[in-house]
Ligand binder design. Structure first.
Ligand code: GLN
Length: 491
């Protein structure tokens, strides 16, 4: 085991005991990147020089017995959808290929204040639209567990990097499952916070009423730590919730006796792979042994969630993406005769296929004459989903489900079949529509590939979500390390 295979908190412990330097941890991560990045391709942009400069500064701080910030300088990767001042931010799109932000997203600013060491910007589906990271204009990322499979998406690079030890933790964004589904496919932990808990300032918008930033980590403790840094009110984001969030680390207790867990039947039916079902079932039994009560329940409107999402998300996207017109920033087609032609050529060349599909879907759903039939109906379904969750939470402390109905699928398997790709998020999408928090943690392997279990909580009840995930993780008592790491360790 190399330093880069430790969790972030284990790395911090070693630094504080004087057993490792911050720079040695970075060296180990950079060495791992050298060994595996060619195969995994987690990153769009690497920033080793920046990282080395930072760790030098932090080593000096430790030398002077100064306390480090809460990230402890443990190498972190950032999804390329978050603005980083002076560092290219592409959203995996040609249209932003050379875009260098002049400001930091609030989450980046917060992490910098806590001595962040950023190793690079990770690959993703273009503008976060997708479930496999194959919609990136920079080529796909591979799943470190099996290089012929996808890492999930859209935060595929962030999940693959953590699973492969190319970063010890990372940031993703989740509009319909883009943190949790890749975390599940790559055998790591991923959390989507309550809508409004983490600032969206500097997060390039996809669907503004659904987007949230969140952590991808190796274990629940690292997730709680990163959540404590990210959460909190931001005056720069008008949808940011008021008030100071709790310290999530102190909510980690192993005791879940008496906790009532509901399993929505709607997330447990058709399309669920037998191996995934078996793993989640045995996790449910373990939760019962730990003293939780597990009961099946029904949230009938969840069966419409996917359809409603694929109206609402593209509708918001079609409006948000109108800003990429070749005028203010990003790519501009130069060969046009007039401004209309310039707009259309810029957008035709700058956007990939899936992004164009979403813009067309959204524009159609919002157009006069169809608005009520599509967008209006979808909003009503969204309200029903919110109500179903509210009434379920009168009886249950948490809801539990598989994170995705299958394990990672083969690269290329679903690229030409958008509908089957969309189905990969059937268990995660309802959570975004309701604006509530959920986590995915690995709970077993199906034919050698990781399976994720999802815990869903009430709005702002991240503490209970983290507590249940933590106790299951402790009871499972195993690390999920991809075979690739064993090979890298030997060479
Ligand atoms: N896969 C879903 C989509 O393509 C969710 C993406 C996300 O959460 N960003 O829209």
């Amino acid at each position: 085991m190399e330093l880069c295979d430790l969790t972030a908190w284990q790395g911090m412990d070693m630094v504080s005991r004087g057993e490792a330097k911050v720079s040695e941890i970075l060296e180990s991560v950079l060495k791992r990147i050298d060994q595996v990045e060619e195969k995994v391709r987690s990153f769009i942009t690497l920033t080793p020089d920046l990282a080395l400069r930072e760790t030098k500064r932090l080593d000096e701080k430790v030398g002077k017995s100064e306390e480090l910030g809460r990230t402890g300088g443990i190498p972190l990767a950032v999804k390329d959808v978050l603005c980083t001042k002076g560092v290219r931010t592409t959203c995996a799109s040609r249209i932003l290929e050379n875009y260098i932000p002049v400001y930091d997203a609030t989450v980046i600013d917060k992490l910098k204040r806590e001595d962040m060491v950023m190793v690079g910007k990770t690959n993703m589906d273009e503008f976060a639209m997708g479930s496999s990271t194959e919609n990136s204009s920079f080529g796909p990322t591979s799943n470190p567990w099996d290089l012929t499979t996808v890492p999930g998406g859209s935060s595929g690079g962030s999940a693959a990097a953590v699973a492969a030890g190319e970063a010890m933790w990372s940031l993703g964004s989740d509009t319909g499952g883009s943190i949790r589904q890749p975390a599940s496919f790559c055998g790591v932990v991923g959390m989507k916070p309550t809508y409004g808990l983490v600032s969206r300032y500097g997060l390039v918008a996809f669907a503004s009423s659904l987007d949230q930033v969140g952590p991808i980590t190796k274990d629940v403790r690292d997730c709680a730590l990163l959540m404590s840094i990210l959460a909190g009110h931001d005056p720069l984001d008008s949808t940011s919730l008021p008030g100071e969030p709790p310290d999530y680390l102190s909510s980690l207790r192993e005791d879940i006796r008496g906790l009532k867990l509901g399993v929505p039947e709607e997330l447990w039916g058709e399309g669920l792979a037998p191996g995934v079902r078996a793993c989640v079932e045995s996790a449910l039994r373990l939760l019962e042994e730990l003293g939780a009560m597990v009961e099946f329940t029904s949230l009938p409107s969840l069966k419409y969630a996917l359809s409603a999402y694929y109206i609402i998300a593209p509708a918001e996207a079609s409006s948000n993406l109108a800003r990429y017109d070749g005028v203010r920033y990003g790519y501009r087609s130069e060969e046009s005769e007039d401004v209309m032609e310039m707009y259309s050529r810029t957008r035709a060349r700058g956007f990939g296929q899936e992004v164009k599909r979403r813009i067309m879907l959204g524009t159609y759903a919002l157009s006069a004459g169809y608005y009520e039939a599509y967008y209006g109906q979808a909003q009503k379904i969204r309200t029903l989903i919110v109500r179903d969750f509210q009434s379920a939470f009168q009886r249950f402390d948490l809801l539990v489900s598989p994170t995705s109905p299958t394990t990672a699928f083969k690269l290329g398997e679903k690229v030409d079949d958008p509908l089957s790709m969309y189905l990969s998020d059937v268990c995660t999408i309802p959570v975004n529509l309701a604006g509530i928090p959920a986590i995915s943690i690995p709970c077993g392997l199906d034919q050698g590939m990781p399976v994720g279990i999802q815990f869903i909580g009430k709005a702002l009840d991240e503490a209970t979500v983290l507590r249940a995930a933590y106790s299951l993780e402790r009871a499972l008592d195993r690390r999920f390390l991809p075979p690739l790491i064993a090979e890298a360790g030997e060479s």
